[in-house]
Each structure stands twice: as structure tokens, then as C-alpha cells.
Design a protein. Structure first.
Length: 333
């Protein structure tokens, strides 16, 4: 899944973001003219480019095997599926034109334009051209089209940037604002999941949806979650743990979903401990507590959006630059 070996750095705009609102039913998109940015991402992300995209990573190997700390999988079997309209993938290109991806889930919100993913998917050092979200992506198909990410629309907790992905593994979540498409926000088109905070660690059944790079279709599994207290000194904290087979590289950011009276609730995203785990058959999530709620509240209120200007760090983003940005953020506290 999931090891990202780059220094933590702010991508595309601000820090902080997002929480729940009532779910809506998926509606097929209408054929109106997209916004210019959405039109651009639609043209760029052809079926062949999406199929060729690689999972988010930077050095090292993802899901290289088990080290005995996380347990090996006699987990529940996974199966390819058609996925869910509220779950999809982010795509972006790098300076060489290569495509990359990571999972995400539409989260119910007042603005109806938020997607939740893992922070380690968006903490790289360079700009992300053609950054867009494709709901219910499936083997080169985009049934609802693509939604461009707003300038300055990627929000992370500042401590994830200053401490790094291991020390701040409990903060491995983020939110992304999307541009409307055909005059509609993404939640109006596909619905959304209620963001559930302080819901506890033990849940059953839990549906895990991911996009492993070695699968053509979304992967689906149902099992239970339990509390996992990290035995790794450099990765402190408690996490959700689920045993589902075959969630290999590319699954990062995929949701842990529980059924609600109407629709779905999201209690986790693949990330956290070792950015989601070190074996294909056991996955982890940061616990959604007050830090998630605070991120949502501060972003929706417009507080501390220090870099919400639409600028990106581009190739000038070095680790030294990241430290300077982090110090500036702390000075503004």
C-alpha cells in the first residue's frame, strides 16, 4: 500500500479541513459544458493514461512483506467489484508526464465538494499538474467524469508536515476541495459518506474499498476493525486495524465504511501505521477523533488557511523549504 519515502511538505494550498452532512443518492451526470479546469482534466485523463498511472510512492517498496508487528493475513477474502459512486481515485501527473493515483471518498459537507484521503498521498515535494478526482473509477472508465481540484484545495494538519509521516501517523488524513462539474458539486452528483468521529475502534461489519495497482477493478472486502496499539517506538499511537486480503500498493486513501440508516459512514482511511501497513492482508487507519473534527472545523470556518492562495510548491519545494514553511505556520498560531 503504501510507504511514501518523501519528506512531509504542503501540497497545493492550505492546511486543515472537513465533517458530515446527510447523504445523497448518486445521479448520472448530465452533458453540460464542464468548467475550464474540469474540461482540461477530462481531456488529459484518457483511459490509457489512467490505466498506466502508478500508485503514490517515492522510493522504497510498498507492502514489501510482514515484519511480525502487524500480523499476517488469515483475513477475509477480497473481490473485484464495480465499486461505489462515492469512492474513487485522485490522478495527477509529474514533471515527466507520468501518472500517479491514490484513493479518496466523498465526505458529506456544507459545501458539497469535499473528498477525504490519506495525508501521505499529498505530502510530496513537487507540483501536481492535472490533479483531479474520478468517482467510481473502474479500469479506464470514469462514469461521472473527473472533478478538478480547486487551487489551494488540499488541506493537511500542520503537525503532519512538521513531524513527518511516522511521528505523526495518527494524523495521516486530509481533505480536498473540488471544482463543480456541469454546475454541480461532487456530492450533488454521487452522494457522500458521513464523517464519523469518536466512534470507537471496534466495528462490524466494515467495508474496505481500495484500488490496488495490480487490479483492474476496485477491490472490496468486509470484515471487522479492532484497536491496534503501535509497538513501534518511532510510530506512536493507536490505530484501526482490519484483516482483508490483497490490499497491495495503490490502496492508500481507500475508506473504512460502515452502514448507516441512510447511506454510509466513514470511520477510517488506509494510512496511519506504516502508511497503511507492511503486508497486503492487514490494513490500518488513523483513529478519527478530535483532530479530524478540528481539521474540518478550522477549514470550513476559513481559519489558518495560510497558503490558500492557489499557489503550489512546484519543483522549488525542497525539505529546507518545507521546514521554513512549517515554521511560518507555527509563528502564525
Amino acid at each position: 500500500m503504501r510507504n511514501v519515502r518523501t519528506p512531509a511538505l504542503l501540497m497545493g494550498g492550505a492546511l486543515f479541513l472537513f465533517l458530515p452532512f446527510p447523504a445523497a443518492h448518486a445521479t448520472p451526470p448530465r452533458s453540460h459544458s464542464p468548467s475550464p479546469s474540469t474540461d482540461s482534466t477530462d481531456r488529459y485523463w484518457t483511459a490509457s493514461r489512467m490505466r498506466a498511472a502508478q500508485p503514490v510512492r517515492a522510493g522504497g517498496t510498498e507492502r514489501a512483506g510482514d515484519d511480525g508487528e502487524g500480523g499476517e493475513g488469515a483475513g477475509s477474502p477480497s473481490r473485484p467489484s464495480e465499486g461505489l459512486p462515492i469512492v474513487g481515485t485522485f490522478f495527477w501527473s509529474d514533471a515527466k508526464g507520468s501518472g500517479h493515483f491514490c484513493g479518496g471518498t466523498v465526505v458529506n459537507s456544507p459545501g458539497k465538494n469535499l473528498v477525504m484521503s490519506a495525508a501521505h498521498c499529498f505530502d510530496g515535494t513537487s507540483a501536481r499538474p492535472n490533479l483531479a478526482f474520478v468517482p467510481q473509477y473502474d479500469d479506464g472508465k470514469k462514469p461521472y467524469g473527473s472533478f478538478a481540484v480547486k487551487p489551494g484545495g488540499v488541506f493537511l494538519d500542520k503537525r503532519y508536515l512538521t513531524k513527518g509521516r511516522d511521528a505523526a501517523a495518527t494524523l495521516d488524513f486530509n481533505f480536498v476541495q473540488l471544482e463543480p462539474r456541469d454546475g454541480k458539486n461532487v456530492q450533488d452528483v454521487v452522494g457522500g459518506a458521513d464523517l464519523m468521529t469518536d466512534a470507537g475502534y471496534a466495528h462490524s461489519p466494515v467495508r474496505l474499498v481500495g484500488y490496488p495497482a495490480n487490479q483492474s477493478h476496485p477491490l472490496d472486502c468486509t470484515d471487522r476493525t479492532e484497536r491496534f496499539d503501535s509497538p513501534t517506538p518511532g510510530i506512536p499511537g493507536s490505530f484501526l486495524r482490519i484483516e482483508c486480503d490483497a490490499y497491495s500498493g495503490g490502496s492508500s486513501g481507500g475508506p473504512f465504511l460502515v452502514k448507516r440508516v441512510s447511506g454510509w459512514g466513514i470511520i477510517g482511511v488506509i494510512g496511519g501505521w506504516k502508511t497503511g501497513g507492511d503486508t497486503d492482508d492487514v490494513s490500518y487507519s488513523p483513529y478519527f477523533g478530535r483532530d479530524v473534527k478540528a481539521l474540518y472545523d478550522r477549514a470550513t470556518s476559513g481559519e489558518d488557511s495560510v497558503f490558500n492562495s492557489g499557489e503550489v510548491l512546484a519543483t522549488a519545494g525542497t525539505w529546507r523549504h518545507a521546514e521554513a514553511l512549517a515554521m511560518e505556520i507555527l509563528r502564525r498560531e
